[in-house]
Design a protein around this ligand. Structure first.
Ligand SMILES: [Mn+2]
Length: 385
């Protein structure tokens, strides 16, 4: 079996080659990117989105009113935990209603990519059956390219356990794999909850972006990122903490593998620093829409790139305020967490790619991809889980 990094690179190359390519005007275009809504059926314990529903709808309406294009970058529906029909009826009049406004304007005003939790959309029949009634005739892609230097994809590609078995070529085994995952909820949101897996994932996505000379905007890890990776100190602290608690770790095998990986990453970082290579601002992550209070997303706005958070903020003004059970008044507000000049960031990435001796050739468009999941989902199996 090949390593996770190699597989990630191969999978991302495939997604890139099969992505939607949209012309991009850096000076004029406005895009907002959200991912990881994990819409389920509003049941407690499964549906973490429900608490942010109002914030999300409010934010989307704002972007619609101000002329933004919308990219929903994977894990929109939590199809491992709930049936598409139930998700649709739970959010028909709110989430889908506001998304439909973008969809009605057509591409590229509305673009969707699939992630691991909603990879049923890799199957166009399923899209037709479940999304068309809510959104009209939309297409879901493995990724989207804005111009020649910006790439948006979910970021689960090539992950050993998070890629939902799409890497298994035999349909019957793939089916069994998914069934097992549902039954045990074993790997569900694994990358999202385990900090160290998340760091490892981010590192692979970063390396791909760097090697390919792309500004890569992902989701999947639920950890928002703005053009850089965790500092060395943060990695060293994690490694030490993990080493110190190894004896009581419920997953010692994984912990040991992670320590080894962190060790390699830290030494590589030291080498980079010594050679003056530094870190390139090529990896961004929109975070998620299932934070405890609020949602995070990435705005690409007329030459700027920003990481924003929309949340409930306490207010003293009664007008337009939302009131909770305790009589506290709230309003929904966006806050810019980080911002940068997009042209400068892209120039930096291109410069580094030009200097690099790594092969930068991209696969030709139309490069063969593995077929979408063909099997019918067994809904009874899921009900039993
Ligand atoms: Mn994901």
């Amino acid at each position: 079996m090949i390593g996770e990094r190699k597989r990630t690179f191969r999978r991302l190359d495939e997604a890139y080659a099969n992505s939607l390519h949209v012309p991009f005007d850096i000076k004029r275009d406005r895009y907002v990117i959200f991912s990881d809504l994990h819409l389920a059926d509003r049941k407690r314990g499964i549906d973490d989105f429900a608490r942010n529903e109002m914030i999300y709808c409010h934010a989307l309406q704002h972007y619609y009113d101000t002329g933004f294009h919308l990219i929903l970058n994977g894990d929109v529906e939590e199809s491992w935990e709930a049936r598409p029909r139930k998700i649709r009826s739970a959010y028909r009049d709110t989430v889908y209603e506001v998304e439909r406004k973008f969809a009605l304007k057509g591409e590229p005003w509305h673009i969707r990519t699939w992630g691991n939790h909603d990879d049923i959309w890799a199957n166009s029949e399923k899209v037709r059956k479940h999304l068309w009634p809510e959104l009209g005739p939309v297409t879901v892609y493995p990724g989207v390219r804005l111009g020649d230097n910006l790439f948006v994809a979910h970021g689960h590609q090539g992950e050993l356990l998070g890629d939902s078995g799409a890497w298994i070529s035999e349909p019957a085994i793939r089916f069994f794999w998914r069934w097992l995952q549902r039954l045990t909820r074993w790997t569900s949101a694994r990358a999202a909850t385990n900090h160290l897996i998340r760091t490892r994932r981010a590192e692979s996505l970063y390396q791909w972006a760097r090697n390919r000379g792309q500004l890569f905007i992902a989701g999947h890890t639920h950890k928002s990122m703005f053009g850089y990776l965790p500092e060395q100190n943060e990695l060293i602290n994690h490694m030490r903490r993990l080493e110190a608690t190894l004896a009581s770790n419920p997953n010692p095998y994984e912990a040991r593998a992670t320590i080894e990986h962190l060790h390699k990453t830290i030494s590589r970082g030291k080498r980079c620093r010594r050679s003056g290579e530094g870190r390139l601002p090529c990896y961004f992550n929109s975070g998620s829409c299932v934070h405890t209070n609020g949602i995070t997303g990435i705005e690409i706005d007329r030459g700027g790139i920003r990481l924003v958070r929309w949340s409930l903020v306490e207010t003293a003004s009664r007008s337009g305020a939302l009131v909770d059970e305790d009589g506290l008044m709230f309003t929904i507000r966006p806050r810019i967490l980080q911002r940068a000049n997009l042209a400068e960031v892209v120039a930096q990435i291109k410069l580094a790619a030009g200097r690099s001796s790594l092969p930068l050739a991209l696969p030709a468009a139309g490069h063969a991809m593995e077929p979408a999941l063909e099997f019918e989902e067994d809904e009874d199996v899921h009900a039993a889980a």
